[in-house]
Ligand binder design. Structure first.
Ligand code: PFF
Length: 475
């Protein structure tokens, strides 16, 4: 059997795990959700959830992955009788997320090219059109949407083909520090614009009203955001854990990943919102519109230098998105590579990377063709009754929202909840402790806390998040 090659250094592992966590979710999800759900109050709820759920699930996933040294599917099959099938759920979610993640990644490449066009006054720039007009034309141009989506997916595939150390670790070890530098450049520009303070107020002003009015709603939003942002409940951390050296301290690494991810989310807020409030106060601050309409208006309103900031900004978003999408593809590729190696078929990584990318491209093309609903395609939840469209509670505006709802809203919290039940009640929390303490000197100081959380607190909170999400989507 081929030897399984893992991460070469702690730094490389951390960059890859932080790279998976830091992505589109941090850049347009977090700042806007924080602003609309109570500002600083939301941040407190988020941090509490990150400690009581995020940390517990992250430690659990990394530990069971490293213990078995196998893919998510094989990990659950090895460890559990009752939750044998859970690995399939943890592999299906990345597949769904890849579909819209690569489509959005493609949009970022398009916008970087657009700003290059603006810098040189080329035809492929905005040509004096507003951010909204450019975006609408792009959404209606289905060929362009598909082409950019495919470019992004190819990039993801090529890195995964290079392997865990040769592709993922190498890319993230350079990409993540570069992203941090670019983010600081954009923050300085954004926060020094006249009127920037309004954006800071929007994001950070404590407002307990949303908590009082709809506590479950805020909890569900913070919980969904946390799972998505930390790449939890879906096989990524199990897979990365399986490539982690037995000598590394899992509990410490989990904490570092969570702290960095939250820090980058806050930094992204400082980069994006002050500029948006200063230069496009009428602009939308939620969803893809923030990234592709409001911010493009911001760069256009900065004059010629705006194109330079535009290029830096979209490049940093591409880095963040690629380092996340490679982790998604890796979950699928690892499973098939391990199976092939066990059967003595040798290293099939390259072939499986191509096959997995091809499979992911099917749903991605659908999301690109749909163009955030601009195409008017049929979407689940919309039914034709007597020649007129009726919208059921399950309706989403577009395929992207539908796949997001299924994965982020339901499959991730459900996957993490069931994993906690497996650790808490079937295999026992001491399995995690033993894995962490397998090296002398690594004492799991948080074991008491972990044990109580994994059995009672985390499942309870996750069930509340799940109920809140389902209520939001279906009722
Ligand atoms: N954490 C990424 C983000 O915040 O954009 C998205 C993501 C990557 C979610 C990997 C889930 C995952 F497994």
């Amino acid at each position: 059997m081929e030897e399984r090659k893992g991460f070469k250094s702690t730094f490389g592992f951390l960059m890859a795990a932080v790279g998976s966590a830091v992505g589109l979710g941090n850049i347009w999800g977090f700042p806007n959700k924080m602003g609309s759900n109570g500002g600083f109050a939301f941040l407190l709820v988020y941090i509490i959830l990150a400690v009581l759920c995020g940390y517990i699930v992250m430690v659990g996933e990394l530990a069971i992955g490293r213990k078995t040294g196998k893919s998510a599917i094989a990990t659950y099959q090895t460890l559990s009788r009752k939750f044998k099938w859970l690995g399939w759920l943890a592999t299906l979610s990345p597949f769904l997320i890849l579909s819209f993640y690569c489509a959005l990644g493609g949009y970022c490449i398009k916008y970087m090219v657009l700003n290059v066009g603006n810098l040189f006054g080329a035809e492929f720039g905005t040509n004096g059109l507003s951010g909204g007009a450019v975006f609408e034309a792009f959404m209606l141009n289905q060929t362009e949407g598909v082409v950019f989506g495919i470019i992004f997916l190819l990039l993801t595939m090529l890195i995964v083909m290079g392997g865990v150390a040769g592709g993922i670790e190498k890319f993230c070890s350079v990409g993540m520090p570069a992203l941090a530098v670019m983010l600081v450049v954009i923050i300085i520009r954004s926060c020094t614009l006249p009127g920037a303070v309004e954006g800071l107020k929007f994001m950070f002003m404590p407002n307990f009203e949303p908590l009082k009015e709809n506590f479950l709603g805020v909890l569900a939003t913070a919980g969904g955001q946390m799972f998505f942002s930390l790449s939890l409940g879906m096989g990524v951390m199990i897979t990365y854990g399986s490539y982690l050296d037995k000598k590394k301290d899992i509990a410490k690494n989990a904490l570092v990943i969570i702290c960095f991810d939250t820090l980058v989310a806050l930094m992204a807020g400082l980069a994006v919102l002050p500029a948006a409030f200063a230069l496009d106060p009428e602009g939308k601050i939620g969803g893809p519109s923030l990234l592709f309409v409001t911010l493009q208006n911001v760069f256009d309103n900065m004059g010629t230098i705006g194109a330079v900031f535009g290029i830096i900004f979209y490049l940093l978003v591409i880095l963040a998105a690629v380092s996340s999408s490679i982790s998604l593809l890796e979950v699928i590729v690892t499973h098939f590579c391990d199976k092939a190696a066990a059967k003595g078929k040798g290293d099939k990584r390259k072939a499986y990377s191509v096959i997995a990318a091809l499979a992911a491209s099917v749903l991605m093309v659908l999301v690109c063709l749909d163009g955030l609903g601009y195409s008017g395609y049929w979407v689940p939840g919309r039914v034709l009754v007597d020649g007129a469209w009726q919208y059921t509670a399950m309706y989403n505006d577009c395929w992207l929202d539908f796949f997001d709802m299924l994965s982020e809203g339901i499959m991730m919290p459900l996957g993490a909840l069931l994993m906690c039940l497996m650790i808490g009640y079937e295999i026992g929390p001491d399995v995690v402790r033993d894995e962490i303490e397998r090296n002398e000197g690594h004492k799991m100081k948080s074991y008491g806390f972990f044990k109580i959380c994994v059995r009672f607190i985390t499942p309870l909170l996750m069930a509340m998040v799940l109920i809140g999400q389902i209520k939001d989507f279906f009722l």
